[in-house]
Write a protein that binds this ligand. Sequence first.
Ligand code: UD1
Ligand code: UDP
Length: 388
Amino acid sequence: MKPRVLVVVGTRPEVVKLAPVVSALERRGDAFERPYVLFTGQHRELLEQMASAFGLVADENLALMRDGQSLPALTSRLVEGLDQVFEAQRPDIVLAQGDTTTVFTAALVCYYRQLRFGHVEAGLRTDDLYRPFPEEGNRRLVAPLAAWHFAPTAAAAENLLREGVLPSRVHVTGNTVIDALLSMAARSAVSLPCPGGDVTVDPVSAPSPSRRLLLTLHRRESFGAPLEAILNGLAGLLTDYPDLELIYPVHPNPHVRGPAAAALGHLPNARLIDPLAYPEFVAAMKGASVILTDSGGVQEEAPALGVPVLVLRDTTERPEGVAAGVARLVGTDPAAIRAATLEALSSPRGAPRSPYGDGSAGDRIAALLAGESPAPFIDDVGRRTPFL
Ligand code: UD1
Ligand code: UDP
């Protein structure tokens, strides 16, 4: 009997990073039954938008999101919802990706049911339990419960071994985000609908214009004063340098939306827009002079696109981009962000680097689940990614 794999997907980045795994499992019909795709609906519009960009269709959607959801309430809805689906579907293997509440609860319910759990993007650590919050706690809690740890990089695998995870369970696969990026990398100009007039980003002749900033922010540990300080600092920068243009797809979280509009909404050179579908966002990244972000996925994508990225956090679980010289850990202090942005704008752009993947992570994960031994991902920092 071929194993039945159930893939749990909760938020926007999980679509990006699991769509390649679902495709790889579908291609391996010789080894697996058709995968069952479960959306928990921890995200609503963001999940739908991303799923349609990738053509990822859910077999079932628990639609669990509530506006302004608290972590305990979300956790309890997820535990009950996932348990009912696992009872009905009886999977042989459950997969989830990353460090969201969806992932933590999926691993927990698998443990209660003695189901085998595979963790995609395992082993990322900052070693600060509250940064990022709750992601560092989620991924640490998942580790003792997983049967397969698909570490994206050698450093992530080393983190797991340091915590005592059995080496036979740890596999370096590369990050599936690079599979996704390769499948979606926009090659033609894209028009972004912005208040005050559409903005055209041309990924082919990037960087053009040379003073375009792209911003994303959503980390819980920044809510309140740190987030307001970042936004007000950027408002000051945009006021002092009216030739700068900021493109800012604003996360729908009410803790982000209100402060974003209050700090930047009145500035003519700040384009606050709804979250972009993946092809448009990839084009926006390629067309940016500098990316400012607290996102995990964007830290991985920017180096592959060769776009300098400033990480607006105090810690990162993705040191490879910093080591490759493409990412810079700037923190949340407005003066430091301003100085780093101006410096990045006036520095020559480096070549694309690919420390996070080679585009074959999904196939490696499917092969490993099938009991095969594919060649591991070898960090190829310094080599140009094949699509650029
Ligand atoms: C979640 C994850 C975070 C991940 C991020 C990716 C948790 C606790 N957090 O953060 O690890 O990096 O997703 O984006 O797992 N909302 C909408 N529509 C949507 C999505 C969100 O309105 O489609 C609003 C809702 O008010 C919701 C709130 O945003 O309650 C927060 O959503 P939630 O998933 O709890 O946290 P994120 O900050 O999105
Ligand atoms: N992204 C997107 N449109 C946007 C903002 C982000 O398609 O408007 C993509 C981005 O390219 C990356 C993923 O969403 O693949 C990252 O999601 P997010 O920052 O919400 O989560 P994180 O990676 O921090 O968990």
